[in-house]
Ligand binder design. Structure first.
Ligand SMILES: [Zn+2]
Length: 384
């Protein structure tokens, strides 16, 4: 018995030393197992365990941003009636949102209808419209046709293209049944027309890289993927890989250096800001919007602050889904040095946020300066 125990102990020690030798990701320390113990009570699952933080530190909630702001990534309810316009407009007033880009792009009559409804409302000048592109069934001649439609929509008052959704690249099919690649040359006339008309192209490519990775307990987005089947792109017979999409995207941007590109969600590189920095370095006409990746900024406040200062001329505020009560989390992350505070969506992130404390000059560019610079069609009034 004693001998058997000592054999077992030797085996355990060997296993422990093997585990200690296994390489860890740089900057990570392998956690020490709980000395072989099992909890005396059934452990909670990840949805149940929401411990109260006992940390007491100064808190500075920011209900309104320090400067009037442009939401470059707005998805308001359709702006076709005075009631809808007033409801969104009142929420914008309370949040110091001076202008919202309606990135739920529309074209033709629907575009004209929204432009006319806003112009006739008391929120005239507070919304601008982007146009959209129908990228289904692209085939010979589609590029020229879409470019002509783009010209007509811009003549009618659209001030940009977008948001081009993630279906472009992930799932949209050409007329011949193959996947429409992001850098398909058929669409070149569209991007060249955007450059000539001096309007930005706002494009969302792919989704967080974890959505393409195996759904196991090492996946950072396990809960979100378990909740939403439509976000699982693991099946390579149906979807390209994350890196395939990134390669197509980068070739597209490089081939059209005169087009102003705004990549949504920091290009899904908020978890690897150096990668996005290299893209900014090589593509002077590339900009990015910061919606729906706050969890990644708030877990690396020092690196993110450095990045926002270095690339302050390339970043635009945008929120994506229109939930007025979520905006103040952004202001708090950008404007304060607060520590360890809650994020608003537990399936995006199971960690807390820290503030970046951005300087005023950077905030002004992020909140409105860069959007005004690249979008001549946004009214200038109301900004400092
Ligand atoms: Zn969007």
């Amino acid at each position: 018995m004693r001998q058997r125990l000592s054999v077992a102990l030797v085996a355990m020690a060997a296993a422990a030393s093997l585990a200690a030798q296994q390489p860890t990701t740089p900057g990570q320390i392998r956690p020490r197992p709980a000395e072989g113990r099992d909890p005396e009570f059934p452990p909670p699952n990840i949805r149940e365990y929401k411990p109260r933080s006992t940390l007491v530190v100064p808190a500075h909630p920011v209900p309104r941003p320090k400067f009037p702001t442009i939401d470059f990534h707005g998805h308001p309810t359709p702006l076709t009636t005075p009631e809808s316009i007033n409801r969104v407009g009142e929420a914008m007033d309370s949040l110091n949102l001076r202008v919202m880009v309606n990135a739920s792009g529309s074209s033709g009559d629907r575009l004209k209808q929204q432009i006319a409804a806003v112009a006739a409302s008391k929120y005239k000048g507070r919304f601008v419209m982007f146009t959209t592109l129908n990228l289904q069934d692209v085939g010979p001649g589609s590029g020229a046709r879409l470019a002509a439609q783009l010209e007509a929509d811009v003549a009618a008052g659209a001030v940009g293209i977008g948001e081009i959704g993630k279906g472009f690249g992930l799932s949209a099919r050409k007329a011949d049944g193959t996947r429409l690649k992001l850098d398909d040359p058929e669409l070149d006339p569209v991007w060249e027309t955007a450059a000539r008309l001096k309007i930005p192209v706002f494009i969302h490519v792919a989704d967080p890289s974890e959505f393409f990775e195996p759904l196991d307990y090492r996946n950072e987005r396990w809960l979100e993927l378990a909740l939403y089947s439509g976000r699982r792109y693991q099946d390579r017979t149906r979807f390209p890989s994350f890196e395939e999409l990134m390669a197509e995207r980068n070739r597209l941007f490089a081939r059209h250096p005169k087009t102003t590109w705004v990549i949504a969600h920091l290009g899904w590189h908020a978890n690897d800001l150096a990668r996005l920095g290299r893209m900014f370095d090589s593509l002077p006409n590339l900009y990015s919007e910061v919606g729906a990746i706050l969890y990644d900024l708030g877990r690396q406040p020092r690196a993110a602050r450095e990045f926002f200062v270095k690339y302050q001329d390339r970043l635009l505020f945008g929120k994506d889904s229109f939930q007025p009560d979520e905006y103040p989390y952004y202001w708090r992350v950008f404007e304060t040095f607060d520590e360890y505070f809650d994020y608003y969506r537990d399936y995006h992130a199971f960690w807390k946020l820290y503030g970046l404390g951005l300087p005023d000059a950077v905030l002004k560019k992020l909140y409105y300066g860069n959007a005004l610079k690249i979008t001549p069609g946004i009214p200038r009034s109301g900004f400092p």
